[in-house]
Each structure stands twice: as C-alpha cells, then as structure tokens.
Write a protein that binds this ligand. Structure first.
Ligand SMILES: NC(=O)c1ccc[n+]([C@@H]2O[C@H](COP(=O)([O-])OP(=O)(O)OC[C@H]3O[C@@H](n4cnc5c(N)ncnc54)[C@H](OP(=O)(O)O)[C@@H]3O)[C@@H](O)[C@H]2O)c1
Length: 293
C-alpha cells in the first residue's frame, strides 16, 4: 500500500515498546495516526512526539480487552479521519507461571489482551475497510505463536490463537482488497519482559540463557544460537515495509526464526533437542526462584 497523507494507521499498544516505535516511524511518513493504550500520559507523550514530526494524531485511551472501548476506538478513528487503512493489533502482555500454577484469572487476562482483543478491535474495522476495498490488518503475535517456551503457557497458547486468528481471517478477506498479516517477533528490547504477570519473564529467560551454557557443558550438548535481540525501532522499520509490500506469508522479524518455524512443523522433537540446554537452563532458574519465594 502506498503511504500518503490521507492514509490512516491505527496502532494498539502505542504507549511503549514496539507500538510506540511504530507510531514514531509511521509519523515520519506523515500519515494520519490513531494511537491506543491504557496509560493516558504515556500515550499522549508518544502522540506529541509524532505530531512534532508533522503527523496528524488522535490518541484514544483504550483498554482493548473491553469490547465497548474497542468499538469506540474504531468509531472515533473513522469519525475523525473518515477512513481506516491500516490496523496494527500490537497490544500484548506475557505471563510467568508453570502450567500447574497458572490461575484462571491469569489465563483470562492473558487470553483477553493477546487473543480476544483481536476480535474486539478488528471486527468494527472490517466493514470500513471492506467498503473502501482497501486495508491491511496486522497482528503482532510472536514466535511464541509458532513454538513453546517454558513457564508462559498462557501467553504461548494465546499467541498460537493469534496466529490462528489471522489464518482464518485471511480466508474471509480473499477478494475484498483487504490484507491480513501475522508478524512473529522473537526477543525485542522493550518493557515487555518486566511487565509480565506472575513474575519477570524477561529476567527468567536471561538467567536461563546463562544457565544453558552450564547445562550444555554438563551434558556435552551443542549450544544452539538463540535469535539476536532487536530494538523496537528495527521491528518498526520492518512493519512499515510489511504495509508497503504485503508479504505472501507470515512475517518473521528475526534472522533464523523462519527456519526454526519450519523445523518445528517438520520435526518438533529435533527442535526441542536443539533448544534443550536453554529449556533446562530456564527450568533450573525457575525452580531456584520457587525455592526462594
Ligand atoms: N518484546 C518482545 O520480546 C516481544 C517478542 C514477541 C512479541 N512481542 C509482542 O509485541 C507486542 C508489543 O510488545 P512490546 O514488546 O512492545 O511490550 P511493551 O513495551 O510492554 O508494550 C505493550 C503495549 O501493550 C499495551 N497494552 C497492554 N495491555 C493492554 C490493554 N488491555 N489495552 C490496551 N493496550 C494494552 C501497553 O500499554 P498500556 O499498558 O498503556 O495499556 C503497551 O503499550 C505484544 O503483543 C508482545 O506480546 C514482544
């Protein structure tokens, strides 16, 4: 899609991390932006930065897990700008708990923001885009939507649901002129790892990586390289490309992760063997944390 001053881009989870970086990056294209998240002050600060580079911005404080607020968000975007071209469903949150410790409340909240909200926000946007005969729905899922990680099963399952959401949506959009793309980042340097429910998942994984070296040494296993950590700005740059040139398949932002997804599909056991030192390293850290809790 060509980006012009008339193009309207709505981004959820725009108050920090990937969403904020994506807002700033699209602002440089001088499109019209609609930004949503719960933290009003953080959202307004991002909106102000975008306006400074010449973008027109509507900031709408929104909890995307509340269907009425999601509907209001889309309605206000269309009332303000008269159209909606790109919807980036980016809001998301992780959790940190073993399967047997995951509470029903955690499950509900994690599925609400990472999965249910995709329906809540996308559904009111679809009639607008279909009437225009043009639009692009992006969903920021994760490589956690393609394979598993320990101690965040609710997030992994909800991101698998997000991948499934786009797979189904694409079949409904064939012939409408509206695109749908799922984006699967690996580690990105944002606040995400520290705001997980149940504990800091980012710290668990960082410690797990350190322990994995010891595990690999003890078991005589090779230590498979893990995907490099990207900045939110690097991911934002890729998202602008995805909108400009809609890809034929799912988007993997980190080098090597598409190949890992293929391996998971073909031979999950071989993938798990490759990841074993990391998984066992994380297991060690988690059990140490629990002993000291
Ligand atoms: N960082 C990574 O390593 C990584 C890897 C793969 C995928 N992802 C995915 O990338 C997306 C962006 O995450 P990030 O890394 O940029 O983390 P982040 O900095 O924590 O940003 C998350 C954003 O989601 C918003 N949000 C959370 N709950 C919300 C709700 N109920 N309603 C509206 N907005 C809500 C937050 O804003 P408020 O708190 O102000 O509402 C925030 O703007 C997420 O979907 C995440 O799962 C991240």
């Amino acid at each position: 899609m060509e980006l012009t001053p008339e193009t309207v881009v709505l981004i959820t989870g725009a108050s920090s991390g990937i969403g904020a970086a994506t807002a700033r990056r699209f602002a440089r294209e001088k499109v019209r932006l609609v930004l949503a998240a719960r933290r009003r002050e953080r959202l307004e600060a991002v909106a102000a930065e975008c306006r400074q580079v010449g973008a027109e911005v509507l900031a709408v404080p929104t909890d995307v897990t509340v269907p009425e607020q999601a509907q209001t968000l889309v309605r206000r975007a269309v009332e303000q700008f008269g159209r909606l071209d790109v919807l980036i469903n980016n809001a998301g949150r992780g959790n940190c708990a073993a399967v047997e410790e995951t509470t029903p409340e955690q499950l509900w909240r994690i599925f609400a923001v990472n999965a249910f909200a995709l329906w809540y926000v996308t559904a009111p946007a679809l009639p607008v885009m279909k009437a225009q005969g043009r639009g692009h729905i992006l969903v920021i899922a994760s490589v956690a939507g393609k394979w598993g990680y320990p101690y965040n099963s609710a997030y992994v399952a909800a991101k698998h649901a997000a991948v499934g959401f786009v797979a189904a949506l694409r079949t409904e959009l064939l012939g409408t002129g509206v695109e749908a793309t799922v984006v699967c980042p690996a580690a990105v340097d944002t606040e995400w790892g520290m705001v997980t429910e149940g504990g800091p998942l980012g710290a668990l994984f960082q410690e797990g990586v350190r322990h994995s070296k010891q595990v690999a040494h003890e078991l005589g296993l090779p230590l498979a390289p893990l995907p490099t950590i990207l900045t939110a700005e690097q991911v934002a740059e890729q998202l602008v490309d995805v909108v400009r040139r809609p890809p034929r398949g799912d988007v993997f932002t980190h080098p090597g992760t598409q190949e890992l997804a293929v391996l998971v599909a073909q031979d999950r056991r071989a993938f798990e063997e490759q990841m074993l030192p990391f998984y066992l390293g994380v297991q060690r850290v988690y059990s140490q944390w629990r002993q000291h809790a």
